[in-house]
Write a protein that binds this ligand. Sequence first.
Ligand SMILES: N[C@@H](CCC[C@H](N)C(=O)O)C(=O)O
Length: 283
Amino acid sequence: MRFVKGHGTENDFVILPDPDGTLELSADVVARLCDRRAGIGADGILRVVRAKAAGIPEIEASGAEWFMDYRNSDGSIGEMCGNGIRVFARYLVEAGLAAPGEWGIATRAGVRGVSLGGAGDVSAEMGPPAYLGGGEATVAGETFTGKRISMGNPHLACPVDAPVVGLDLSRAPGFDPAAFPEGVNVEFFRTIGDHHLEMRVFERGSGETRSCGTGTVAVAAAAAIGPEAPYESYGLDGGALPEGEWTVDVPGGRLTVTFDGTTSHLKGPAELVAEGETYPGWL
Ligand SMILES: N[C@@H](CCC[C@H](N)C(=O)O)C(=O)O
């Protein structure tokens, strides 16, 4: 199996080119590929499939040329990956499958626009954050309250007062499964300057990662909404978010989030670092 390895702010992925959609990708195979000791190692898999070959009616009818089939490292499916889509776009350009510029990529959360040159940062249109009300998570016996935000995938963005480096994320944060029936990505963020946040994240299906693009937009949205905003002010369209740019520092680097009054955008580095073949007979 041919693969490429890449990352966006150290949120790393095994990219599997599968234009005709012929690859059998079971949860077990995904977990073995992502295993950091017995496999290649990654936070997730990006399967690169022509949208017409996705075998999913909405994706085939999306009008996009390519479908990002994202899987978490435990083999579960994620609807959207903000760092993944930027790395996916960089791969398509490097592989000669798309030209630098602006075009859409199909995901399970809908088509998302990307914008990139031949080198440098990659931007992705991330859709309007949907504010769903409050929620809670527990870490090492301490309860944190936050905002439930959908970026196509579920997030709980919790503001904290102390530096995020001090949090013990060696175990999954506890949460109420009735509030998050699909599971949740839990972010902890602290304001460190004007429109400047630091964040750590424990991802559904992947554990603590060094960055999460959808999580970055979720914490910027939570900060933009502010502590006391009533739920009614920020509905499912997220268009009421104040326009502005946010800098979010994550353990793996720095990302920029922009709200333009209609939607959100995520910008940052996306790099390819290796390519190869799995050893014959391994999988
Ligand atoms: N790291 C990603 C998010 C990946 C999916 C997430 N773990 C989920 O299950 O929703 C990002 O950069 O957005």
